[in-house]
Ligand binder design. Structure first.
Ligand SMILES: NC(=O)c1ccc[n+]([C@@H]2O[C@H](COP(=O)([O-])OP(=O)(O)OC[C@H]3O[C@@H](n4cnc5c(N)ncnc54)[C@H](OP(=O)(O)O)[C@@H]3O)[C@@H](O)[C@H]2O)c1
Length: 202
C-alpha cells in the first residue's frame, strides 16, 4: 500500500514509518520539515500538501499538540493551541484528504488513553482525545466505497515517559505502539477506537 504518515519524524511516527516500510508499504513521510511539507494547523498548507501528492491507500496522522495545564492556569492561547493543533489539524487532514484516499483506504488519527483515564491538568488533552473519537465514530458513517477511519489511543510511550522523568517501565515502547498502527492499516475496523494490545481501558 501507499501510505502518508503525518508526524513521521516523531517518537511514535518514526517507528510507524519504519514498521510500515519493513512490511512492504510505500511511505510518504511528512511533517512541517519534510519535502513536501505540511503544517496541519494551517488550512492553506494542507491544501498545498495534498496538491503535491498522489492518491494513497492510507493517511495516518500521528501528531498534534494539546495543553497539559491545570484548569485554573489555562490561558486562551493554551485552549487555542489544543483546538488548532491536535483536534482541528487531524480533522482537517481527513476532511481535505477525502479526494486523495482510494476506495477501501483508511484514515488513522491519533488520540490518547487520557480520553478514558483523565488525570489532573489534562482537561484540554482529554477533551481533544474524546472529541477526535466522536469525530471518527460519526465520520465513518459518511465515508463511501469501503473507506474507513480509525482512532488509535496510545498509552504513555516509554520513551516519552522517560523523557519527562516518569517511570517508563509500565509503558510500551514506541516500536510496540507502532504495531497497532500497522494492524489498523491492514485490518477491517472502522469508526471505533483502537488500543495498544494490553493497554485497553478496563
Ligand atoms: N508520546 C506519547 O507518550 C503519547 C501518548 C499518547 C498520545 N500521544 C499522541 O501521539 C501523537 C504523536 O506523539 P509523539 O510523542 O510521537 O510526538 P512528537 O515526538 O512530538 O512528534 C510530533 C511529530 O509531528 C510533527 N508535527 C508537529 N506539529 C505538526 C504540525 N503542525 N503539522 C504537521 N506535523 C507536525 C513533528 O514534526 P515537525 O516538527 O517536523 O513538524 C513530528 O514528526 C500526538 O498527537 C500525541 O498527543 C503521544
Amino acid at each position: 500500500m501507499k501510505i502518508i504518515v503525518i508526524g513521521a519524524t516523531g517518537t511514535i511516527g518514526k517507528e510507524v514509518v519504519k514498521l510500515l516500510q519493513a512490511n512492504g508499504h510505500e511511505v510518504v513521510a511528512a511533517s512541517r520539515s519534510s519535502q513536501p511539507s505540511v503544517d496541519f494547523t494551517n488550512a492553506a498548507s494542507i491544501d498545498a500538501f495534498y496538491n503535491q501528492v498522489e492518491e494513497v491507500d492510507a493517511i495516518i496522522t500521528v501528531a498534534g499538540d494539546a495543553a497539559f495545564v491545570a484548569l485554573d492556569k489555562l490561558t486562551d492561547a493554551d485552549i487555542q493551541l489544543s483546538l488548532q493543533s491536535k483536534l482541528m489539524g487531524q480533522i482537517n487532514m481527513v476532511r481535505k484528504g477525502l479526494s486523495k484516499l482510494r476506495p477501501n483506504g483508511v484514515f488513522v488519527i491519533t488520540g490518547g488513553f487520557l480520553a478514558y483515564a483523565p488525570a489532573p491538568q489534562t482537561a484540554m488533552i482529554t477533551m481533544v482525545n474524546a472529541g477526535l473519537e466522536g469525530f471518527a465514530k460519526a465520520a465513518a458513517l459518511d465515508l463511501t466505497e469501503g473507506r474507513r477511519i480509525v482512532i488509535v489511543h496510545p498509552p504513555w510511550v516509554a520513551e516519552t515517559a522517560a523523557a519527562i522523568g516518569m517511570d517508563a517501565s509500565p509503558w510500551p515502547s514506541a516500536a510496540e505502539v507502532a504495531e497497532t498502527y500497522l494492524q489498523v492499516v491492514e485490518g477491517k475496523e472502522t469508526g471505533q477506537p483502537v488500543f495498544v494490545e494490553g493497554y485497553a481501558p478496563a
